[in-house]
Design a protein around this ligand. Structure first.
Ligand code: GLN
Length: 454
């Protein structure tokens, strides 16, 4: 049924880059056989999911939505996808995304835009962005053609698309999910997580995805808790922090109202609401847009026309010419912009002025949170400053696009677990997300508060 739903809807949504109906049926048959044989079934047994095309899947093209990886078929499986298959999950196909996960609208994909299944209930009926970079993930789950999807979040790419499409998504603590076999964007920030219809689905799927992995040097060596079993929407004794610095200019009134409503819901669930201060919040976004491109420029050096995918070899070309031709042709505009910014801030003359400074800001943002945890257990903010915007609205204005991540990025810099949960709608009927940030390794606190809102 899900294969059929994907086939019927994908032309309009463009959520999948490739579909894998045969693989899905084979995997489903294996689950059936295990069930008939009376074997223990995994926690994702038979659940049809979409896989963001940033995770290497053995024998199935993996592109990161880039021309430079077109035709690349890995001989290995990412740890996260491997973990999901071990728990019985079934792959429907590889999901569209912003090229190398760089973007907030899925418009930088070499394989074209993804359409948000939501439209405004009144006025302008333009197609809306599904958010990014996990735009195929958010659209496929919101359209109910996948039961759930994997996402990755470097600076908001699980949470912002979840908010734009009315679904749930959690970025766990940095290191919870292995990065092995996931195409790298900014290694000190990249973190995989689930995107699903409910808080409980996210908890179950995260249990399947997470776990220590010796193949990732920054993997968290800690047991994976049974989050779904411990879900509890009773927040008695919990303190929820409202950071005053997140009241920013340019935030829609509907979002500010939603934030108040979210605080009321948590109060009704028994929590105490406290005002807190995260003083370096306004420096987080500029710092992120130095650190992330810096790491990206280094990570993307490997796409040289030799090791993966595309190779452009002009007549009479030498090695340098081949690098230049392949990279000029293979990378899109936004990716090139990040490489230029990244190499610039890492260059000898500017390293201290930009990169070192950004790393200091990163430490200050981490300390802000460490300080805040004396006064609260979890932090509540909006996920995004606006509801989903129209496709094309921001694609010519990188700064306007980057501003979308303003609420998401501090938790990324600090490596903290954070989740978007649907909180309400704006006047046009578009979904709005609330954002919960938790302490290091306290996914449970985040999930429980999200459950109280859901
Ligand atoms: N939108 C942010 C960026 O473009 C975050 C992307 C992400 O989390 N992968 O960098």
């Amino acid at each position: 049924a899900h294969n059929d739903a994907v086939a019927a809807a994908n032309e309009a949504l463009n959520a999948f880059i490739v579909t894998t109906p045969e693989i899905a049926l084979q995997a489903a048959d294996l689950v059936d056989a295990d069930r008939e044989a009376g074997k223990d079934l995994g926690r994702m047994a038979g659940v049809p999911i979409g896989m963001k095309d940033l995770f290497a899947t053995r024998g199935v093209q993996t592109t990161a939505a880039s021309h430079i990886l077109e035709g690349f078929t890995p001989q290995y499986e990412s740890t996260v996808s491997h973990n999901l298959w071990s728990e019985g999950a079934v792959m429907l196909g590889k999901l569209n995304l912003d090229e190398f996960a760089m973007g907030s609208s899925n418009e930088t994909s070499h394989f074209g835009n993804v359409a948000n299944p939501w439209r405004r209930a009144r006025g302008d009926n333009a197609k809306l962005a599904p958010g990014g970079s996990s735009g195929g993930s958010s659209a496929s789950v919101a359209a109910r053609i996948a039961a759930a999807a994997t996402g990755t979040d470097t600076g908001g790419s699980i949470r912002q698309p979840a908010a734009f499409t009315g679904i749930c998504g959690i970025k766990p603590t940095y290191g919870r999910c292995s990065r092995w076999g996931t195409v790298a964007f900014a290694s000190s920030l990249d973190q995989a997580g689930p995107m699903a219809r409910s808080v409980e689905d996210c908890a179950i799927m995260l249990e399947a995805m997470a776990g220590f992995d010796a193949k990732d040097s920054t993997s968290l060596d800690a047991p994976v808790p049974d989050w779904s079993a411990a879900l509890d929407a009773d927040l008695k004794g919990k303190r929820v922090g409202i950071p005053r610095e997140y009241r920013m200019e340019g935030t829609d009134q509907a979002i500010l109202d939603l934030w108040d409503k979210g605080a009321d819901m948590l109060r009704d669930a028994g929590a105490q609401i406290v005002d807190i201060s995260l003083p370096h919040t306004k420096y987080a976004l500029p710092a992120y847009y130095i650190v992330a491109p810096a790491e990206a420029s280094s990570n993307l050096a490997r796409y040289d026309g030799v090791r993966y995918g595309l190779r452009d070899l002009p007549e009479g070309a030498n090695l340098q010419d081949m690098y230049a031709a392949t990279r000029a042709d293979g990378f899109g505009e936004e990716v090139k912009r990040r490489i230029l910014i990244g190499t610039y801030v890492l260059s000898a003359g500017f390293y201290d002025a930009y990169y070192t400074q950004a790393m200091k800001v990163r430490t200050l943002v981490q300390r802000d949170f460490a300080e805040a945890w004396h006064d609260c257990d979890v932090v509540l903010t909006p996920t995004t400053p606006t509801a989903a915007f129209a496709l094309g609205d921001k694609s010519d204005d990188p700064l306007a696009m980057y501003l979308n991540d303003v609420f998401a990025v501090p938790a990324s810099l600090a490596g903290l677990p954070a989740m978007s949960v649907p909180g309400g709608q704006d006047a046009d009927g578009l979904p709005l997300g609330l954002h919960l940030i938790g302490q290091q390794m306290d996914e449970q606190g985040v999930l429980n508060a999200a459950l109280a809102i859901e």
